[in-house]
Design a protein around this ligand. Structure first.
Ligand code: ZN
Ligand code: ZN
Length: 261
C-alpha cells in the first residue's frame, strides 16, 4: 500500500515546531525521500531503517530548506554502515557544489561505504526506477523569482527548480516543490492524481484554489505553510474543503503525519 510520511512540513523560517521540507514516499518496496531539509537524518531514525533503505533522494531545488540535510544524511548513512546504493536526483547545477561541500566536510564518497549516483533532472526524460516507478520533473520559475532580485545575485546562475510527478501503477503523487506561481501546477493537474502535496508559502490560497478548481485529485496535502497560516490548521483545512468541494480529502499534515492510500 503506498503511503506518504511527512518528516518536515515547515517553511523556510526557523521553527521549533516545524522542520524543513522532507517527505518519505513508500511505494511497495521502493522508498523515496522528497527533499532533504534539516534535520531529516535525525527524524528518519523514527521511521524504521529508512536511513539504510531509502532508494533515492529527490531534490526539488537548491534552497537550503530543501537540500541542507544531505551531508548529514550521508554521514549518518555511513555511520549506520549502509550498504545499499543511493541515487540522488537533483538540479544539475547543484551537483558540483554538493560534492565540494561533502569533500569540505571531511567525507569521501568512497569512504561512505555505499555508492552514490548523482542524477540531474531532465524534464524531457522521466527517471525510471525499479518497481515500475517513474518520476517526471517539471521546471518552474521559483528560484528565478526568489534569487534574481537579491542584491549581488549572479545573473549566470541557472535557477533550476522543479515540481515532481511520481507514478507507480495507478498511484500518482505530485509534489509542487516551491513555486513562482500556482499556475505552474496547471500542466500537472490536467490528468487525475491520487495526491498533490502543495506548498503554501509562495502562492496564495485564492491562486491555488483557482488552479485546482477543475482538478481530479483524491487528496490535497498543504505543506510549507507561510508563518501567518500555521496558527489554525483546522480552519485552513475547513476553508479549503469548502472552496474545493470536488477534492475528496484536504489534509494539513504536521511533522510526523503518515497517510496510507
Ligand atoms: Zn522552501
Ligand atoms: Zn525555495
Amino acid at each position: 500500500m503506498p503511503s506518504l510520511s511527512f518528516i518536515g512540513t515547515g517553511s523556510g523560517f526557523p521553527s521549533a515546531e516545524r522542520f524543513f521540507s522532507s517527505t518519505l514516499v513508500h511505494l511497495g518496496s521502493i522508498h523515496l525521500l522528497v527533499d532533504a531539509g534539516e534535520p531529516c537524518v535525525h527524524l528518519l531514525r523514527d521511521r524504521g531503517n529508512m536511513i539504510g533503505e531509502i532508494d533515492a533522494i529527490l531534490i526539488t531545488h537548491g534552497h537550503v530548506d530543501h537540500i541542507g540535510g544531505i551531508p548529514a544524511f550521508l554521514q549518518g548513512a555511513m555511520l549506520i554502515e549502509r550498504k545499499k546504493p543511493l541515487a540522488i536526483h537533483l538540479p544539475r547545477e547543484m551537483i558540483s557544489p554538493l560534492k565540494a561541500w561533502i569533500a569540505a566536510l571531511y567525507l569521501t564518497e568512497i569512504g561512505l561505504g555505499f555508492s552514490v549516483s548523482w542524477i540531474p533532472w531532465n524534464p524531457d526524460a522521466p527517471a525510471l526506477l525499479e518497481g515500475g516507478v517513474s518520476i517526471t520533473s517539471h521546471a518552474n520559475k521559483h528560484l528565478v523569482d526568489c534569487y534574481r532580485v537579491l542584491p549581488g545575485a549572479d545573473p549566470s546562475k541557472e535557477c533550476q527548480s522543479y515540481s515532481l510527478d511520481i507514478k507507480a501503477g495507478n498511484f500518482r503523487t505530485l509534489f509542487s516543490g516551491d513555486l513562482a506561481s500556482a499556475s505552474e501546477l496547471l500542466s500537472l493537474v490536467v490528468n487525475p492524481a491520487t495526491v498533490l502535496v502543495s506548498e503554501l508559502s509562495h502562492v496564495t490560497i485564492e491562486e491555488l484554489v483557482s488552479v485546482l478548481a477543475e482538478a481530479d485529485l483524491g487528496t490535497l496535502c498543504l505543506v510549507h505553510l507561510s508563518e501567518d497560516m500555521v496558527g489554525d490548521r483546522s480552519e485552513l483545512q475547513g476553508r479549503m474543503e469548502e472552496l474545493l468541494p470536488a477534492i475528496k480529502d484536504v489534509i494539513v499534515p504536521e511533522d510526523g503525519t503518515i497517510l496510507d492510500f
